[in-house]
Design a binder for this molecule. Structure first.
Ligand code: B12
Ligand code: SF4
Length: 632
């Protein structure tokens, strides 16, 4: 690579967010993917900032190009040609690479390296491994052996150095920024992607992180070991800048990617700014956030969420067996709070999505099925999504198994939380896999789909907005055999874009199977959509639908602990209830004996306002003009 710009040449900075391979070894790609990648937005924006600042001097301007492989075909040969045409000045940054995407990232890098192009890989896989393992795993070493440079940690303070080194043709094999977590408060270039990217995804949605880090210590979590446990957050001004930039290009729906926005230390100031933008400046903006199961105990959090424009919320419910939660160090998840929290979200008409992990140490196929029946009956949840407990590189679970030498599948492509990649004390791999596959069907039965719609209607949630979301989460696995978070509209497949080492299939075999698949999927999608539509119409036509009540929608009472299966199903559940009652200063029969009882304060310290909870549930929350997006 040349050191100085030859006349007319420009430094090509090409950023690729890779996808991963399906079980047949083809790239998972769509005409429209779920949502724009915030990892790509973050690095793209920093790169654009470097270009605008003329980081490489006036003689070597920087061109930044970005692509998301989940909706765009990556053509390494064309990229190599483009760089060659610019005197060899360039760098391909493979961005936000998760463990399940690492094999694909290396396959993209291989032909580029063969053509002499400089390539760098960053993201959670490399950052997680560097943060937790004493030695680099073989896949990262193999990438380095190809000449791929590795970037661990966040790019906010390190990208300039990378571009400068690449321009000199002197990239180092490893950039390790794990020890220093940058301040993201008011950076000049917060995450942003031009509207063209948004158009390649479903709905008018983009994503950004308002903060990073989480104070909890769940053993399966990678985030705390990569982004840290201290809350770092963007200032309200910076958040407003992101929103206005997007609003200006017609994008007004946002997925805030903070893994736990409730623990963003500045959530209230950020919400206050969003409320101002909506209520005073008249911006029509909506948000989807992720929170923990104790968020309802933060004063004002739920009410301000509603005013700030939150319409959907992801909750890490994970499991309903306290023994499992304790084993996974998810102590903050208290089954005694689940109903209160979900009813609070229902009270303000916000849709809930909960994540549920299958394969904790006490899980068996029977217990999973049983737990799902309890959830359906007793928890007022809308969408439930399932994950296989996976020792993701970067998590404590992975580190422990690695150090003990326990078997873990060496194929990183399978670390998509949908494959069984290690052993379970009570289930064979086949049983575990089957428990995951059937969980979707056990939860999203025809009857339960109707119950979800009825509960939502009675809680004032717009069921026409709920319908596409419910369709998405209930149909992705049966139709596509992929998790809803990986699904998209119309699967695109190229015969040549197959995992390295797998044979190129004959055109006849490939295209006939592809065509048959398309026909099968269209038929299935149409049938499932019609079915849901029938349910929605039936509920809308029912004159009593607004009065619908069931056990899940019933306001929380102290007697719940005596009869609800959630609290009585096993010894761990019973002792969790006992413990919570003790902490709240109540006797086992549920009677309060502290001053709280007399003062009318709930055990969590919130002032009860005396409103009839059932009445509150009936208040309508109009949620018009929702985009047809599965996420926001
Ligand atoms: C939003 C999100 C999604 C979105 C969008 C993806 C995206 N990356 O934006 C969606 C919903 C599509 C998604 C899907 C999935 N996700 Co996800 N997702 C996230 C989440 C919550 C935020 C991502 C983000 O914006 N982070 C903030 C950015 C700025 O951080 P970053 O990606 O690390 O990038 C920084 C640095 O790494 C560095 N960097 C990154 N790349 C590069 C490149 C270069 C050249 C340089 C210099 C620097 C650099 O600079 C960046 C800026 O500081 C993360 C958790 C998290 N906190 O990150 C999980 C996370 C990344 N997802 C995860 C998983 C497992 C999945 C799924 C498999 C889940 C599923 N069952 O479907 C799928 C897989 C999708 C696929 N393969 O197609 C895991 C990955 C763990 C691992 N070890 O790989 C994470 C960490 C969550 C977890 N459970 O642990 N996800
Ligand atoms: S609450 Fe979520 S982000 Fe926080 S440690 Fe647990 S899994 Fe990780």
């Amino acid at each position: 690579m040349g050191k100085t710009g030859t006349s007319g040449s420009r430094f090509q900075l090409i950023l690729i967010k890779p996808s991963h391979y399906d079980n047949d070894g083809y790239v998972v790609q769509w005409l429209r993917s779920t949502m724009p990648s915030n990892s790509l937005a973050a690095v793209y924006s920093l790169a654009l900032g470097a270009a605008e600042r003329q980081l490489l001097g006036p003689d070597l301007p920087i061109d930044v190009m970005a692509m998301d492989e989940t909706n765009t075909r990556v053509r390494p040969r064309e990229i190599a040609r483009r760089i060659a045409e610019n005197g060899g000045h360039g760098l391909v940054g493979i961005v936000g690479v998760q463990s399940n995407e690492f094999p694909r990232a290396v396959d993209i890098a291989r032909p580029l390296r063969a053509a002499g192009v400089q390539v760098m890989i960053g993201g959670f896989h490399v950052s997680g491994c560097l943060s937790m393992l004493k030695e680099l795993p073989n896949d990262i070493k193999e990438a380095q052996a190809l000449g791929v440079s590795i970037y661990a940690g966040e790019a906010e303070e390190g990208l300039d150095e990378v571009i400068l080194d690449a321009a000199r043709g002197k990239l180092r094999p490893l950039y390790d920024h794990m020890k220093h977590l940058p301040d993201i408060g008011d950076i000049a270039a917060p995450p942003f992607l031009p509207v063209d990217f948004v158009r390649r995804t479903i709905g008018n949605v983009t994503s950004f992180d308002a903060g990073r880090g989480c104070p909890f210590q769940c053993s399966f979590c990678t985030i705390i070991n990569v982004q840290g446990r201290k809350s770092r957050y963007r200032s309200p001004n910076s958040v407003e800048q992101i929103i206005r930039l997007n609003y200006g290009q017609g994008v007004n729906r946002f997925f805030i990617t903070d893994d736990n926005f409730a623990r963003n230390k500045d959530w209230e100031a950020i919400y206050d700014r969003l409320i101002k933008l909506r209520e005073e400046d008249g911006l029509d903006i909506r948000f989807c956030i992720q929170v923990d199961t104790l968020c309802h105990r933060i004063p004002n959090f739920i009410d301000k969420s509603r005013r700030a424009g939150v319409t959907r919320v992801f909750i890490g419910l994970e499991n309903i067996n306290p023994a499992n939660l304790i084993a996974a160090k998810k102590r903050q998840n208290k089954i005694t709070e689940y109903r209160k929290m979900l009813l609070e979200w229902k009270r303000v008409g916000i849709m809930t999505y909960a994540g549920y992990i299958l394969g904790f140490e006490n899980d068996t196929p029977e217990s999973i099925k049983h737990d799902l029946e309890i959830i359906k009956k007793e928890l007022p949840l809308d969408m439930l999504e399932f994950f296989i407990l996976t020792p993701l590189p970067g998590s404590e679970d992975h580190k422990v198994l690695w150090e003990k030498g326990v078997w873990m599948d060496p194929d990183m492509n399978k670390y998509d939380v949908e494959h069984v990649v290690t052993v379970h004390p009570k289930m064979s791999a086949a049983e575990w896999k089957e428990a995951y596959r059937t969980a979707w069907g056990h939860y999203y039965t025809d009857d339960h789909l109707e119950t979800i719609v009825r509960r939502a209607y009675a809680s004032g949630i717009n069921i026409r907005s709920l319908m596409p979301v419910l369709f998405w989460f209930s149909s992705a696995v049966p139709v596509e055999n992929l998790h809803p978070l990986q699904w998209g509209i119309f699967r695109v497949k190229y015969r040549h874009d197959r995992r390295s080492g797998l044979p190129l299939e004959s055109p006849l075999l490939f295209y006939s199977r592809y065509a048959a698949d398309i026909v099968r999927k269209i038929a299935l999608v149409a049938r499932r959509w019609r079915h849901l539509k029938r349910i929605v119409r039936k509920v809308e036509a029912d004159p009593h639908a607004k009065l619908y009540r069931d056990e899940a929608l019933t306001p929380v009472t102290e007697e719940d602990s005596e009869h609800m299966e959630l609290y009585t199903q096993n010894a761990a559940a019973r002792s969790a209830v006992e413990r919570e009652l003790r902490v709240a200063g109540k006797s086992a029969n549920g009677h309060r004996h502290t001053a709280e009882a007399a003062s009318g304060r709930a055990g969590n310290g919130h002032q009860t306002d005396g409103r009839d909870a059932a009445h509150a549930l009936l208040e309508p929350h109009s949620d018009h003009s929702e985009p047809i997006s599965p996420i926001v």
